[in-house]
Ligand binder design. Structure first.
Ligand code: NAI
Ligand code: MG
Length: 490
């Protein structure tokens, strides 16, 4: 397949744009739609149906019916797993199509979206394997009694996801929910509605019964809020901004639905003078610029030990200036556009603040190209802890070098943030590395590497970076209720 021209040309887009409710593709009850764009050009790809509160209610009813009356609830656990394996096979077979669709709608590079689709396949297979291994315990309780636990699905789960990894976030949420036997009402991000719709078609093809997976595109304040408020939704899983999570936590309190949150970060990436310099420069580059910096784990606070800082910054600046921007469908391009005009403007606003507050702009700092939402990879040196670029999640390709000498207050400085998602350290000294791993407040710590993810390892945040863990066995805990059964034994 030639990559010179996109598979799906905006003017000809003929993919799915409706809502998926009970395995039917339907328009929204109030006829609402919204435009979805190609962020590389700013052009409209298509109108997409926007779910109203009525549609949310219909989807919840379909999900409830599937759970309590349909074949799903009675299905053997292994059979659920087989459906998931089948979906994984279908996704694998459609890798190129899904990757191109994702690139078209999100601006992520084609190399990255191919990787994401691989991640989706791995996630679905991993959780497919879990489906028939969700086990309870037998417990030696009081004399004359015998207890055991059942782990049952929480029920109908609402899942609200962002735009930075649309397919992968979908898989991280579908995987454990389906393995445990729940049914799903999902809202993809309004910036990137398309790849989830294709996944919905593949799920029907794989044979998931009606109502197990429902997909409702729309805005957060309308569709999302209706999911959060609905009393028929038992559990909510959300990935996105901390402030959105706080609104959701307050609103979800009305129905006491279970909530798990995977939120942002301002992750410290610490380079000691004894590190392998080449590896650390490459690691710091990848930590911030991967996916255009649109990663909750982005290594945006780059602490560099003073004695190596000049050389380190010079090398990183050189790499930064050479980073190749352009059409995300071009396999030689390293960075596509940011997802939206809003995000591009937010990032450029922070660059301006960085300059105003006295940081040294070493590379980048401007909008790139004639059209689309591109931002140059941007490196600031001489950043101090209180500057906005050192405290706020920018969610773009902007890194702040924070100098340090000596380790006295290093951990305190690294932990001096409301976030606690990820952290990394570069050193050849294993004592230093392990001490850092112990003391840093973060759900993920990388030593001499960065952004190494695998579906097998739990992922989530300390502090305001969230609660609950995704991936690995721990994600299953969010999707089952434990029931204790006690029997009198004479
Ligand atoms: P957001 O948190 O507003 O959106 C994430 C999802 O939540 C979307 O599906 C959105 O429609 C939904 N949503 C928004 N308001 C809602 C509400 N009141 N009730 C229910 N659902 C709602 O994030 P947004 O506006 O797209 O991006 C803003 C910033 O958030 C970014 O610049 C970045 O800093 C951060 N962010 C963090 C992500 C992460 O992976 N942790 C992902 C995306 C954004
Ligand atoms: Mg928002």
């Amino acid at each position: 397949m030639s990559l010179a021209t996109p598979l799906v040309r905006p003017a000809l887009f003929a993919g799915q744009t409706k809502l998926l409710i009970g395995n039917q593709w339907v328009e929204s009850a109030d006829g609402g739609t919204f435009e979805t764009l190609n962020p590389a050009t700013g052009e409209t790809i298509s109108d997409v149906c926007a779910a109203s509160a009525t549609d949310v209610d219909l989807a919840v009813k379909a999900a409830r019916h599937a759970l309590e009356r349909g074949p799903w609830g009675k299905m053997e656990a292994g059979e659920r797993g087989r459906l998931m394996f089948k979906l994984a096979d279908l996704v694998e077979r459609h890798t190129e199509e899904l990757a191109q669709l994702e690139t078209l709608n999100s601006g992520k590079t084609i190399n990255d979206t191919r990787g994401d689709v691989g991640g989706v396949v791995a996630t679905l297979r991993y959780y497919a394997g879990w489906a028939d291994k969700i086990e309870g315990k037998t417990i030696p309780s009081r004399k004359g009694f015998f207890s055991y636990t059942l782990r049952q699905p929480v029920g109908v789960v609402g899942q609200i996801i962002p735009w930075n990894f649309p397919l992968l976030m979908l898989a991280w949420k579908w995987g454990p929910a389906l393995a445990c036997g729940n049914t799903i009402v999902m809202k993809p991000a309004e910036q990137t509605p398309l790849s989830a719709l294709r996944m919905g078609e593949l799920a029907i093809e794989a044979g998931f019964p009606a109502g197990v997976i429902n997909l409702l595109n729309g805005y957060g304040e309308t569709t999302g809020a209706a999911i959060v408020d609905h009393p028929g939704i038992d559990k909510l899983a959300f990935t996105g901004h901390v402030d959105t999570a706080k609104i959701i936590a307050r609103n979800a309190a009305n129905t006491l639905k279970r909530v798990t949150f995977e939120l942002g970060g301002k992750s410290p990436n610490i380079v000691f003078a004894d590190a392998d310099l080449e590896a650390a420069v490459n690691g710091a580059y990848h930590a911030i610029y991967f996916n255009g910096g649109q990663c909750c784990t982005a290594g945006s606070r780059l602490f560099v030990e003073e004695s190596i800082r000049p050389e380190f910054v010079a090398r990183l600046a050189q790499k930064t200036k050479q980073r190749r921007l352009g059409s995300p469908l071009d396999t030689t391009v390293e960075q596509g556009p940011q997802v939206s005009l809003e995000q591009m403007n937010k990032i450029l606003g922070y660059v301006k603040l960085g300059e105003e507050q006295g940081a040294t702009l070493v590379a980048g700092g401007a909008k790139w190209g004639e059209r689309g939402f591109f931002v140059e990879p941007t490196l600031f040196d001489n950043v101090t802890d209180q500057m906005a670029i050192a405290t706020d999640e920018i969610f773009g390709p902007v890194v702040s070098v924070l100098p340090f000498s000596g380790t006295d207050d290093l951990i305190e400085r690294a932990n001096n943030t409301n976030y606690g998602l990820a952290a990394a350290v570069w050193t050849k000294d294993i004592d230093k590395a392990h001490r850092f791993a112990q003391q840093i407040q973060a759900g993920t710590v990388w030593i001499n590497c960065y952004h190494i993810f695998d579906v097998t390892t739990p992922f989530g945040g300390f502090k305001e970076s969230g609660y609950g863990r995704e991936k690995g066995e721990e994600a299953l805990l969010n999707y089952t209720e434990t029931k204790t059964v006690t029997i009198k034994v004479e």
